[in-house]
Structures are given as C-alpha cells and as structure tokens.
Design a protein around this ligand. Structure first.
Ligand code: FAD
Ligand code: NA7
Length: 544
C-alpha cells in the first residue's frame, strides 16, 4: 500500500519505518505490515533480531519473568508451538524464540540489519519522517516507530584509566560469545540484576573472581526449576486464563499479587509467608506476592528486609563478608533474584571489595585500584554497570520534531511521554517503552503499546490525516498522573536507574507509570473509545 496517493506533497518510501528488532520492533512490524497492510521497513544496528537478548550474552543471563509470561500473547498458535522446559527462560532460549518469531511471520524480508539510524527528522512541509542511516542511506516514511529499548544504551562509569587496561574488558550489555574464564583473574564491577546473575555464573568458572560492590542488594532465589511435559501442556491449555490474569494484574507476572498488609497477620504467619515466597522464588513475587504494602510502607518494607538480612547471615559463612553484603537501606529498587548469589562468597576463589568503603579510583594496565591504594590485579574486567535507561538511545540519535526541535532539547528537564508511546511536537512518531509507560513484566506492556500504536495509525489512515500527535497538555496531564501515582511509592526514595539516578548529571525524574498493567489497559481502551481526547490531528491540504 502506498500512502503517497492520499498525501499531497508527499511521496514516502515507506508507510512506516520501525527502529529496533527486539520484542517491541518485531511486533510493531508484524502489526503494521501484516495486520494493516502497510509498507514497513525495520532497521537495527545489530546483525540479528533479539534486541536485549542479542546484546546481553553474558554467562547467567536469564529473564526473571516466568517463562510462560515472558513471550508474546498475540498469536495462539505461536504460544502452542513454543518449546520450553524450565520455569524461567535463559538468554539463548529467548534469542531462539525471537528468531523463531521472525521466521514464523516472515519478518526478515522487511528488516535491514547492521544498520544504525543516525538521524530522524520530521519534515513539516511534507508531513513525513526523513531517516538517515550509518550506511549512508536516506529513507522517508509517514510514520516512525522507535522501539529502541529502555535498557539498551550501555553505561560505563567514569573511572580514569579504563582505556589503559591491557587485559580483556567487556560490558555485559555488549557481550561477545565464547569468552574463556578458566585460570583467569576476573573482576566484575556492579551488583545489580546483571551483576548478580553474572557473578553467580562465573564463580565456578573463573580462576579467581573479585566482585566490586558499591551498593549491597536485597535478593531472593529466582527458583528456576525444570518443568515436566505435563506441566508445560497444562500451561499451554490454560493460556487464556494466564493472559487474563496478567492483563488484570498490577505487575503483569504469573504469580498472584497479595491483597493483605504486612501487619494484618501475626509475626509467625508473616515469617511463614516470606519463607514460602523464598522457596517459590522470584523477586517481584517476594515484593508483591507476599504483602501489598512492601513498596509503599516503610515499616512493612523493613519487615521484608529483615527476613532477607537473616537469610544472608545464615548463608554467608564469613561474618565480615556477610556484613558487607547486607543492605541496610530501603528495599525499593527493581526487586532482584538470583541462582545462588550469596553462596558464591563461601568459595575460596571469590572475594568481595566494598566500593562504598573503598571506591574504585583508577584502572591501571594490570588491574583496578581502590581508594585504600590496593591494586587488584586482573586478567579481565567486566562492567555490569547498567544502562542510561529509557531515554538513552533517544539522545544518541539526532531526532528532531516540529520546528527542528531536537529530542535532547525537548527532554532537557527530563524525559516525558504520553503513556510511554508519544511525546508532543513529534507527530506521527510512536515509541515502544518510551517514558512514562508501565513498570512491569515488559512483554505485556510492549503488546499493549504496539496495539495502541496500531490503533492510532489505523485511525490516521482511515481519516486520511496528514499528522496525528499528542498535545502538550494531554502529555503533561499524563506525566502529572504518573507523578501522583509515585508519591506514595518508596521507590522514589532510593537512587536507581528507575529515576535516572545511576547516570551522573542526568536529571532525576520519574519515567514510569506505577498504575499497573490492568489500569494501563483501561486507560488505553478509554483513549480509543473517546476518540483520542487531547490529540492534535492535521488534515491533509485539499487538492484542487
Ligand atoms: P530492546 O530489546 O532493547 O531492542 C532495542 C533494539 O533497538 C536493539 O536491538 C538495538 O540494537 C536497536 N536500536 C537502538 N537504537 C538504534 C538505532 N539508532 N538504530 C538502529 N537500531 C537501534 N524485562 C522483563 O520484563 N523481564 C525480565 O526478566 C527482563 N530481564 C532483563 C535482563 C537484562 C539483562 C536486560 C538488559 C533487560 C531485561 N528486561 C527484562 C528488559 C528487556 O529489555 C525487555 O523485556 C525487552 O526485551 C525490551 O524489548 P524492546 O524491543 O523494547 O527493546
Ligand atoms: P544496574 O541495576 O543499574 O546496576 C549497575 C551496577 O553497577 C550497580 O550495582 C551500581 O552500583 C554499579 N556501579 C556503577 N558504577 C559503579 C562504580 N563506579 N563503582 C562500583 N559500582 C558501580 O544495571 P543492571 O544491568 O544490573 O540492571 C539493569 C536492569 O537491566 C535490571 O533491572 C534488569 O531489568 C536488566 P550502585 O547500585 O549504583 O551503587
């Protein structure tokens, strides 16, 4: 379908350009090309599909959303075809799944890999997007879908001397294949979700592992276990109920969210509930499946913390190491889980450096120096230091909307978005997992957003609109609503990537919607039913 016939002064190469071949971009391609019959081109700088799961190939990489809900729900046959045999799915299997999706829907013929989009400018005279790539090509499209990833722009801390290191050096978010660790002295900087997974997997493989920890973490077992064929068959039979549960929930996971308060039960019962969750596994399950007030009530939060602190003390044999590993602050970052993290510190080939007490001051050709003057000699350094989350990739690209305004300028006071999918002044542009979208298990959030994008594009096509965009007022209203929802949350009191606090100089702002998956779904439905209140729609200039 060529939309140029309907659009005077415009002859786009494509109806839509999608950037990114992760969960978001692949589904956007499927929706716009196959369901709406549009002419769509997707670009990704990677050499294959997968997004997060293409880049993050570090040992131990695992989704901590349960297998049955870390996938698409949109196609019943796809759900039945998927092969899985464990309660959580690791990186190679997620990558294989997304490759299967690409083949299954013949998506590759519309994807150009190894192609980074360097600039995207909105041409106001012609109401189309002009997209430049690092391959020297220029393309035009009526719609632009940016599925750039929210944990995708890697973050290197500003440690002097990094370039001088003579050994092997990697970042988990750009991890090569086939790294060998045997007999090597490996140093890992970072103990977030990634660092916990990586360190746990590396401990038995490395000659010596040195863990550089700045903030101690609350973590619970992930509880990854094999699933019998019968259990997999049962899951597949019950998918309608599973998705109904997910889309009616707050967090979008498979577990049942708690409806009771921490202090509504006796101390003994409380302990039993924590213990059950510890045995079941899952970080979100521990935080949201035990009691409904851990993320909002400091006293309730402290009870959940005490239980984890006791577990650390029981697990780690050396009291001084246990002390360093034990957090004392609020439990209000993304809830973590692991496959035996605290246990690795009982191994003789693992040591812990407390970077709160002795920060890293320098990297030298042969290792890492800490503030006490110690040189930790290393053959390999791995940065598990996270991402410039949510808006990182939007700042790397030269992205301009109306009046040539850059996204960097538009977001100079902090990134904003209407339901995570649009931002004012950038017409016909849609984001997947942009600012102010749900904080949840992400595939369901991605699907809701792509469905919404599909609805808006269909409306624009049906009504022959030259441009459709959210108004600044509607966007500000949504952002204010997100702020309101976050005021009671303890998450706002702790420094983490969720508020951009992990990047020096980045303005600390809330970039998530804490209203939950179910509420988000209702907001999206309301938007369509009410015919997009607060949207600005530009009709094409009538031809003579
Ligand atoms: P991504 O998968 O990040 O894909 C974005 C793509 O855009 C990338 O391939 C990138 O190369 C491409 N791109 C970006 N900019 C450009 C450009 N300018 N030109 C060309 N291409 C570009 N979520 C969960 O819900 N549960 C989990 O358990 C979970 N675990 C995670 C573990 C790790 C280690 C990480 C990093 C993330 C995890 N996430 C998890 C979040 C995860 O990112 C999402 O679940 C999901 O994979 C995001 O898909 P996406 O398509 O939106 O973005
Ligand atoms: P995170 O959660 O941002 O973790 C990054 C880690 O790196 C964290 O422990 C940081 O400590 C640490 N860090 C950063 N800079 C330094 C320096 N200079 N010295 C020591 N330690 C440092 O990233 P992840 O990749 O683990 O996880 C991000 C999300 O992706 C996660 O939620 C999953 O969904 C996947 P800090 O805590 O700031 O003290």
């Amino acid at each position: 379908m060529n939309l140029s016939a309907q659009l005077p002064n415009a002859t786009p190469d494509f109806d839509a350009i999608v950037i990114g071949a992760g969960f978001g971009g692949l589904y956007a391609l499927r929706k716009l090309r196959d369901e709406q019959g549009l002419n769509v081109q997707l670009f990704d700088k990677a050499s294959g599909v997968g997004g997060t799961w293409y880049w993050n190939r570090y040992p131990g990489a695992l989704s901590d959303s349960e297998t049955q809900v870390y996938c698409y729900s949109f196609d019943k046959e796809l759900l039945q075809e998927r092969d899985f045999d464990s309660s959580y799915v690791n990186q190679p299997n997620i990558l294989a799944y997304l490759n299967h999706v690409a083949d299954r829907f013949d998506l590759r013929r519309s994807i150009q890999f190894n192609t980074g989009v360097t600039a995207s400018h909105f041409d106001e005279a012609r109401n189309l997007w002009v997209v430049n790539t690092d391959q020297g090509s220029t393309h035009t499209a009526r719609f632009l879908v940016t599925a750039l990833g929210l944990l995708s722009t890697i973050n290197y801390p500003n440690i002097p001397g990094r370039e001088s290191f003579k050994g092997e050096m990697y970042h988990t978010g750009r991890y090569p294949q086939d790294v060998s660790y045997a007999g090597k002295r490996v140093g890992v900087i970072g103990t977030g979700s990634t660092g916990l997974q990586l360190n746990t997997a590396l401990a038995p493989q490395a000659g010596h592992l040195t863990v550089f920890q700045r903030s101690p973490q609350y973590s619970v077992p992930v509880g990854n276990r094999p699933l019998s064929k019968e259990r997999v068959a049962e899951i597949k039979q019950n998918y309608d109920q599973i998705w109904e549960h997910v889309f009616s929930s707050m967090t979008g996971f498979a577990f049942t969210e708690s409806k009771i308060g921490t202090f509504s039960v006796s101390p003994e019962e409380r302990e039993a509930i924590y213990e059950r969750a510890w045995q079941q596994g899952g970080g979100f399950n521990y935080m949201f499946g035990t009691f409904n007030d851990i993320a909002v009530d400091a006293a309730a939060n402290e009870e959940a913390c005490k239980f984890i602190r006791r577990k650390i003390a029981e697990t780690v044999k050396d009291p001084e190491t246990a002390r360093k590993l034990t957090p004392t602050d609020l439990y209000a970052r993304r809830p973590l889980c692991d496959s035996g993290y605290y246990e690795i510190f009982n191994r003789s080939n693992v040591s812990l450096v407390d970077c709160k007490a002795t920060p890293i001051t320098e990297i030298k050709p042969n290792g890492i120096v800490t503030a006490d003057g110690t040189l930790h000699e290393l053959d390999m350094i791995i940065f598990a230091t996270g991402f410039d989350a949510v808006d990182g990739n939007y700042k790397v690209m030269d992205l301009r909307g109306r009046n040539g305004q850059t996204m960097k300028d538009h977001w100079q006071d902090g990134a904003t978005g209407f339901m995570g999918t649009m931002t004012a002044g950038f017409p016909n542009m849609f984001m997947v997992l942009g600012p102010h979208g749900p904080f949840s298990n992400l595939p369901p959030a991605i699907e809701m957003q792509v469905n919404m994008i599909g609805d808006i594009v269909a409306k624009a096509t049906r009504d022959k609109l030259a441009a459709i965009e959210v108004s600044a007022e509607a966007e500000a209203g949504w952002v204010a609503h997100c702020d309101e929802l976050s005021t009671g949350s303890l998450f706002s009191q702790v420094e983490s990537w969720i508020f951009g606090a992990n990047i020096p100089g980045k303005k600390r702002t809330l970039v998530f919607y804490f209203g939950g998956v179910s509420q988000y779904r209702q907001e999206a439905a309301k938007l369509i039913t009410n015919d997009y209140p607060g949207f600005v729609m530009t009709k094409p200039v009538a031809t003579a």
